[in-house]
Design a protein around this ligand. Sequence first.
Ligand SMILES: *Cc1c(COP(=O)(O)O)cnc(C)c1O
Length: 358
Amino acid sequence: MTRAYNFAAGPSTLPQEVLEEAQRDLLDFSGTGMSVTEISHRNKAFEAVVNEGEALLRELLNIPEDYAVIFVQGGASTQFAAVPLNLMHNGKADYVVTGNFAKKAFQEGKIYGDAACVASSEDKTYTYIPDVKAIPFRDGTDYVHICSNNTIFGTRYVEFPETKAPLVADMSSEILSREIDVSKFGVIYAGAQKNLAPAGVTIVIAKRSLIQDPLAICPTMLKWKVQDENKSLYNTPPCFPIYIATLVLRRLKALGGVKAINEINEYKAGLLYDFIDNSSFYTNKVEKKYRSIMNVPFVTPNADLDAKFVKEAGANGLVSLKGHRLVGGMRASIYNAMPVEGVKALIEFMKKFEKENA
Ligand SMILES: *Cc1c(COP(=O)(O)O)cnc(C)c1O
């Protein structure tokens, strides 16, 4: 068997050991004689999985006790609506628009009230993060929404804004990749298919005192309070993604937790950025300070060479390197599960490609 090095932005690569474990246990999960995809979500063996997943998230992210930690469905995009529907009591919220998903969240917010874009980096095609100390946040808002890592454009916040209103962050493409102080946020949410699990489950971490009074029009399924009170089992949850998430979290803990993986992630990203910066053939257009350690976009001198690069890399087992259609070029997503060897193999290929095409 040859596994490809998969640089997809999402759904994305998962740790091989986790896939092997899931494969071993597929026909008989936890002595039930059934697979985890066949048993009731009320089965004790499955409840144990949900509880362990939640406990591991709490431990690995050092989540304070007065925060709910829930597994929900509908992807991060559904949370773009859930955020105003749970929090917009005064009908007013600020958004910082640093990329495509941040913009989508902003547009969704506008459906429910006075959502304002208080800062944006669209003027330079989202290649930087606005200075968080200079953002003119408004008074009397219900929350401030940011996207902490911008998957398509390859930027991330290096410091987070100090806000009077609760800070809400979409961390889909970087959850568990670096240490964060959860207590600085009102709500954190993340679609799991980037850094944690297969598509189908989204994590919401929310300060309980903020979520007790969702708007009257909020659908029951989007009420974080209801999901919290039902321990993520209000209805049938996405059992298999939650199970895989739990295996991934176990492995992350064994590895030394978020601090340890953060060091590895910095190392991997450093190798790739250093190589790009020392090359006159490849370019990364992001302001250095704000470079993401998860998503690394880059280009060759022209679009024809970009296309050739993607094709030849694929033939060499380095797959899904095509950049997002909004940016073009290439994008290497190097999430937690991408091994150092994968990044080194990519750099070796980049060297070879440059020699042949420069
Ligand atoms: C992928 C992504 C989304 C969209 O997630 P879905 O689960 O497809 O809805 C939203 N925000 C960020 C930052 C993402 O990377």
